[in-house]
Design a protein around this ligand. Structure first.
Ligand code: HEC
Length: 102
């Protein structure tokens, strides 16, 4: 009984960290699979016309992706890509890029 209560407490205590790790992990997976083809992970290739994402403000990245997604910001490429991301995907990938040191 006491053990059960204790493990319950432990689980609750550990969960926020797990959720946080999952966010960054999922964000990294999306970045590596999709975004890095154009934006790179840390920096785009020198002559590429794509903005750098690493180390940018997380809220700015989220806002930009939401605007691409609902097409209030126009870009043929990014409208299509952001349109296929869920709110969670946007939050994860923005957090991942924002926390990277450029
Ligand atoms: C096929 C190439 C391509 C891919 C793949 C791509 N992007 Fe982009 N991205 C662009 C281009 C081009 C722009 C500039 C568009 C514009 O003029 O607004 C851009 C702009 C952005 C911006 C705005 C940056 C700023 O400075 O305002 C963000 C944020 C962004 N992309 C995030 C992503 C994320 C996250 C992914 C992966 C889910 C991704 N992009 C995948 C080509 C790409």
């Amino acid at each position: 009984m006491r053990l059960t209560a204790l493990s319950g407490l432990l689980l609750v205590g550990l969960m926020p960290q797990c959720a946080y790790a999952a966010n960054l992990y999922a964000g990294h997976a999306t970045a590596a699979a999709v975004c890095s083809h154009c934006h790179g992970i840390k920096v785009p290739s020198a002559d590429a016309p794509f903005p750098t994402l690493a180390g940018r403000d997380v809220d700015y990245l989220k806002l930009a992706l939401k605007q691409y997604s609902d097409k209030t910001r126009k870009s043929d490429i990014m409208n299509a890509i952001a349109g296929s991301l869920s709110d969670d995907d946007i939050s994860n990938v923005a957090t991942y890029y924002g926390r990277l040191k450029p």
